[in-house]
Design a protein around this ligand. Structure first.
Ligand SMILES: [Zn+2]
Length: 554
């Protein structure tokens, strides 16, 4: 008997020894991952999306509650303040509401043309100015309005558009032609995104930048443009009060476009075709645009919340987890429920940020590189909080290894597939694939890359500054109920709850898939934090040139 006990004891000691020596790191990681739980995630989501948080609108009382909660949670799990001695990075915002004084008036044709605000066109100015006037501004069709050195493409080649009105197509030539050799084929590149087109027009000094709306290449109808562009618009404020932006940023309907091109004696369809071909030259329309906008201006300050877990040996290199804490607040004009709780979008990602921070603290020893947990503001207003951080970084971007973004976790249960939005862009894809292989999941591209989803969450402002950024999560292949069912859930959500007051927490959510995705976020972040490599953008990505240049000059 004594012998048996001694033998048992020896076996236990031996096992512990093996664990403590060679298996210790792996054991730490497993233990840290085991601390992630769906129960704790649900508790945080419920709090963040409660009516008490008033829909988490930037620069409102809902913000105060939200960021106080996040600070408290970050402190509780042992994170250090990530912005000097504070957990907050102030994000100066301006809210501008345009009140159009006139219709859009086009002169220079046989008769002046007048177009009605909202029905025929929308236009805003993001200059912090009470009034902007566009008068007798020469109109010029600049095709897609793209300057893309990596594709040897320049729609502004040989023309001067200073003070002029540029009219351009939405999306990019790859989408229009479906030619895989042009740009990124059907998948939208950043050059196809409207934000890019306004930025490029401003770089060339155009007074007014007009995008032609068409349903297919825009991926949404005129109603979406009209709702998004009328009423208040938020923006960041630069030192010059956004004076470097175009005076007016505008969209026109296809019908308006046809009327304008006819008055100019041009065939819209033919010009559009010619704009799809390399070597296209901009075409003056011989017409002049006139528009006056008056603004109501309100300044405000919102905050990003930042917690830091310092690394052990390479503390000056960073992995950043991001999730936007904001949502749409409330609308007193609504019947019934007035609060946009934003439970899925994005209380889930924000709660995951807290959970991941806690898991990293469970590691026996801290990771080698530092980890930042960054809850950003005003994503719903145009990725403003993440854009502010990416353009006013607290830690150098050349020392920022990667960004892992979480926006709306999976509430439908375990899925076989992991979808990468922006598949093929960066070497971070390979980290996802390695993880997927380990747990026998599969990695697939986002099924609709032409909709430009890659440019519509908080990883993107980092990508734009060259930092490799990942946006990946569960797909639709439900382990028990299949793909059709999975797809239906997503479609139902978009139809019934997306950006509506009905996006509320439900205790019946199946968070088992979200838990698996959190394991993935943890594992990938952990692996990056223990390596010395800097993953890059893949060849052909529109973000690679910037990263290469920055890393060379650092
Ligand atoms: Zn959203």
């Amino acid at each position: 008997m004594i012998k048996k006990i001694i033998l048992c004891f020896l076996i236990i000691m031996l096992t512990m020894f093996v664990f403590l020596s060679c298996g210790r790191k792996a054991h730490d990681v497993e233990a840290a991952m085991a601390s992630l739980s769906t129960d704790e995630l649900a508790v945080d989501v419920e709090i963040l999306s409660s009516d008490d948080f008033e829909g988490r609108f930037p620069a409102s009382r809902g913000e105060e509650k939200t960021i106080a909660f996040l600070k408290e949670e970050f402190e509780k799990v042992g994170l250090k303040p990530g912005s000097g001695d504070s957990f907050f990075q102030e994000v100066p915002l301006v809210e501008i509401t345009a009140i159009p004084k006139t219709d859009l008036v086009i002169t220079g044709g046989e008769n002046p043309l007048e177009f009605a605000y909202e029905d025929d066109f929308v236009g805003v100015t993001l200059r912090v100015q009470e009034k902007v006037t566009v008068a007798d501004s020469d109109m010029i069709f600049v095709g897609y309005g793209i300057v893309a050195p990596e594709y040897q493409w320049n729609d502004y080649d040989g023309i001067d558009v200073k003070g002029k009105t540029v009219v351009m197509l939405v999306n990019d030539p790859g989408f229009a032609t479906e030619d895989p050799e042009l740009f990124n084929g059907r998948a939208m590149t950043y050059y196809g995104r409207w934000t890019y087109k306004y930025e490029e027009a401003a770089r060339h000094g155009a007074a007014c930048a007009v995008i032609i709306h068409e349903n297919a290449p825009a991926a949404y109808g005129w109603g979406v443009v009209r709702n998004g562009w009328t009423g208040p618009n938020f923006s960041l404020i630069t030192e010059d009060g956004n004076a470097s932006r175009c005076a007016v940023e505008s969209w026109i309907t296809l019908e308006t476009t046809r009327t304008i091109f006819e008055a100019a004696g041009k065939n819209y369809d033919e010009l559009k075709k010619s704009a799809e071909k390399p070597g296209f030259k901009a075409v003056p329309l011989g017409l002049k645009a006139n528009l006056i906008l008056e603004n109501r201006i309100r300044n405000g300050v919102s905050r990003n919340v930042i917690g830091l877990l310092p690394g052990s040996t390479r503390a000056d290199e960073y992995i950043i987890y991001t999730a936007h804490w904001d949502h749409f607040g409330k609308n007193p004009d609504l019947e019934g429920d007035k609060i946009f709780n934003g439970a899925l979008d994005n209380a889930t990602g924000t709660a995951a940020l807290i959970e991941l921070a806690e898991a990293f603290q469970q590691l026996g020893s801290p990771p080698q590189r530092s980890i930042l947990f960054l809850a950003v503001t005003a994503e719903e207003q145009g990725l403003l909080g993440s854009d502010y951080y990416a353009t006013n970084p607290i830690y150098p971007l050349t020392k920022t290894v990667a960004v892992i973004n979480m926006d709306s976790l999976n509430i439908y249960g375990r899925m076989k597939d992991i979808r990468i939005i922006g598949y093929g862009q960066s070497e971070l894809d390979d980290y996802v694939k390695a993880y997927a292989e380990e747990v026998r999941r599969i990695v697939l591209p986002n099924p609709t890359p032409e909709k430009g989803s890659f440019f519509r969450s908080d990883h993107f402002p980092f990508a734009k500054q060259g930092v490799p950024a990942l946006n990946a999560g569960s797909g639709v292949q439900h382990l028990e109920k299949g793909e059709k069912w999975g797809l239906e859930q997503i479609e139902n959500y978009i139809r019934e709850k997306y950006h509506k007051p009905s996006d509320e927490f439900d205790p019946d959510w199946d968070l088992s898939g979200a838990l698996e995705d959190m394991h993935m976020y943890f594992k990938i972040g952990y692996r990056l934090s223990m390596e010395s490599t800097f993953p890059n953008w893949k060849e052909g990505s529109e973000f690679k040139l910037k990263r290469d240049a920055d890393m060379q000059n650092r």
